[in-house]
Design a protein around this ligand. Sequence first.
Ligand SMILES: Nc1ncnc2c1ncn2[C@@H]1O[C@H](COP(=O)(O)OP(=O)(O)OP(=O)(O)O)[C@@H](O)[C@H]1O
Ligand SMILES: O=C(O)c1ccc[n+]([C@@H]2O[C@H](COP(=O)([O-])O)[C@@H](O)[C@H]2O)c1
Length: 195
Amino acid sequence: MEKTRQKIGLFFGSFNPVHIGHLIIANYMANFSDLDEVWFVVSPHNPLKQKSSLANMYDRLEMVNLAIANTPCLKASDIEFKLPQPSYTIDTLTHLKEKYPSKEFILIMGSDNLVSFKKWKNYEILLRDYNIYVYPRPEANVEEWETHPSITFTTTPQMEISSTFIRNAIKQRKNIRFLVPDKVIEFIDKKNLYS
Ligand SMILES: Nc1ncnc2c1ncn2[C@@H]1O[C@H](COP(=O)(O)OP(=O)(O)OP(=O)(O)O)[C@@H](O)[C@H]1O
Ligand SMILES: O=C(O)c1ccc[n+]([C@@H]2O[C@H](COP(=O)([O-])O)[C@@H](O)[C@H]2O)c1
């Protein structure tokens, strides 16, 4: 019997650091959609973001790995570490498609990303060649994309925190337990990150 292509959802981010907002989305998509796996693609440098208070990419990758340990449907990818920076999603997807020809890659993004999507490099090609699963984020007006054939809107539980909030909380010596997995907190403490 012919095996269907494995469907991989790609969740791109700085993960500076990874938090339960990211983890809830990734695990939900891997379990409650037609995706087989979700890969966290750690971006060394987001083309639309400032570099200040950005932890080293290897530390960010390690924090993702600690967070998803023992969860086979979730993986971390360092594919962008070897590509020219800043990392443009279209280039990463082209590279992944060549490296894993038997897999189908689907982009996962929050509706907030869709609002600024026209600023992304070659966004028309992205839409032509890939499917995108969009999950809801607050106050994002995505009306113009609602009937696009490459875009599927999903429902996911929402947890409104951000890495910025976590970094600020650490700076103010607040307790971030339950917002970030314990193993990641231990790593942040050990490496003295964001303080
Ligand atoms: N609480 C959350 N729930 C769902 N998605 C989120 C949440 N926080 C961030 N995301 C999304 O996850 C992806 C990766 O996020 P990123 O690493 O930039 O984290 P962030 O929390 O938005 O970071 P920062 O506060 O540093 O800008 C982005 O597409 C972002 O929109
Ligand atoms: O390819 C682009 O032009 C592009 C522009 C902005 C963002 N991205 C990707 O989207 C990811 C999430 O973006 P953000 O701003 O929500 O953190 C980021 O890590 C990049 O991989 C990609």
